[in-house]
Write a protein that binds this ligand. Structure first.
Ligand code: ATP
Ligand code: MG
Length: 400
């Protein structure tokens, strides 16, 4: 049976008026981006859902999988488009139910301003009866093996048996732009993912220790950015050299303050980049007390380095195990646990300060020309744009 339609549902809670329009437009744009190369024919929004149609040479299964990863999506149904005619709906329903074995089943019809003058309940009974008679199915409304869903809206509809859950959240772009600081570790990609799921458009920022470290952290960050982009679809990755700044800190500041001063330098550089990129916030992967540098005192001291841009820490109250579980689900864990040379371990002192206050940090920086160092680091920035599906893929494939 040729599947030719995909229906995408989202949660409508809190969506009113113009906000709702904006949300739906951004979601539709992101769906189109995610589905490039699947050969879809048409994308329409209305009746609280997005409907996508496919021609005969398209890849609807692939499209359904990709749509189910787009933020803002509650669930997707992959099936067959139907006119509002009971007889056709019944035939399609029977055919779909015949594609795979089941014992118990349920039919769930839902009408939204449908032109078909029959109640949902009457549709359930009529089609359910035919499945009992012709396919020998047993009705079970609480835990069926198979569910046939019929959605009718306006003068069209869809019948489907396959339903996949989406990640929920909000479409990337509705919450504005933010910079997420990406190390090569476990936490920061999870933090960026969480904010993207809340609708933030993320630009990733990675600091590397070149020329004093090897390029392994850059490779690591790039691979993490690629996995992240499977969800985010189009991502700028900024690579910023911190090595020279670190050398200055090592030469001119007390050794126990190095790590905290590296972090403060990262914040200053990021705040300046946020200004240039019109980003509303900086996101980090800190979790309270996870490592010595993440005491509340050190976090406060790092935040005091700049006051232009708010710093968000979505993982602050999470346990390591919870973050690890999420990293596995997202698909970043395996990359994050590979060995790499992090810039922060460069000239790491034997006993770093765990509770450095802002005054101590400022005094430690007094011999440094921070503005000049920020400017120098930003002059060395390299930016790549990652896309999913990759650009060459959607250029060469049929359709779009
Ligand atoms: P992660 O697992 O994300 O590396 P971590 O537990 O190792 O976190 P830290 O090394 O203290 O924690 O880093 C705290 C946060 O600072 C990171 O989550 C990340 O957002 C940011 N950060 C650290 N190092 C870098 C870097 N080299 N480039 C960009 N951001 C960084
Ligand atoms: Mg780290």
């Amino acid at each position: 049976m040729q599947l030719d339609a995909l229906v995408v549902h989202y949660h409508e809670i809190g969506l009113k008026g113009r906000n709702r329009n904006f949300f739906e437009n951004v979601l539709t744009r992101n769906l189109k981006r995610a589905l490039r190369g699947t050969g879809y024919k048409r994308v329409r929004q209305g009746f609280g859902r997005v409907m996508i149609d496919f021609g005969p040479d398209a890849l609807p299964e692939e499209a359904a999988q990709r749509a189910a990863r787009v933020f803002g999506v509650a669930y997707v149904g992959l099936g067959v488009r139907v006119p509002p005619e009971l007889e056709t709906i019944a035939q399609v329903g029977l055919e779909l139910m015949g594609t795979a074995p089941f014992e118990t089943f349920a039919v769930r019809a839902r009408r939204t301003y449908s032109t078909l003058p029959v109640t949902s309940n009457a549709i359930n009974i009529e089609i359910g009866q035919r499945i009992v008679d012709q396919l020998d199915g047993k009705v079970d409304l609480s835990a069926p093996d198979a569910t046939l869903t019929i959605e009718l809206f306006g003068s069209t509809g869809i019948v489907f048996r396959e339903r996949s859950r989406g990640p929920g959240g909000l479409p990337v772009g509705v919450s504005g732009r933010m910079l997420a600081l990406l190390s090569g570790g476990i936490d920061s990609p999870v933090a960026a993912w969480r904010m993207a799921r809340r609708g933030a458009e993320i630009e990733l920022v990675h600091f590397h220790g070149r020329p004093f470290t090897d390029p392994s952290s850059i490779r690591q960050a790039t691979e993490l950015a690629e996995v992240f982009t499977r969800y985010h679809l189009r991502t700028s990755l900024h690579l910023i050299p911190l090595g020279d700044v670190q050398r200055e800190i090592v030469t001119h500041a007390p050794s126990e303050l190095r790590v905290v001063l590296y972090r403060r330098a990262m914040m200053r550089i990021s705040a300046e980049l946020a200004r240039q990129r019109d980003a509303k916030a900086i996101v980090t992967g800190d979790a309270l007390g996870q490592v010595a540098s993440q005491t509340i005192e050190n976090i406060t001291t790092v935040d005091a380095a700049q006051d232009d841009t708010p710093v968000l820490r979505p993982l602050i109250g999470m346990d390591k195990q919870e973050i690890v579980d999420l990293a596995k689900e997202i698909g970043t864990y395996e990359i994050s646990t590979r060995p790499y040379q992090d810039c922060c371990v460069l000239f790491e002192p034997r006993s770093p300060a765990t509770r450095a206050n802002a005054h101590i940090a400022e005094a430690g920086e007094s011999d440094l020309d921070m503005d000049a160092l920020v400017g120098k680091a930003l002059a060395g920035i390299e930016t790549t744009i990652l896309e999913h599906p990759p650009a060459e893929y959607h250029r060469t494939s049929a359709g779009r």
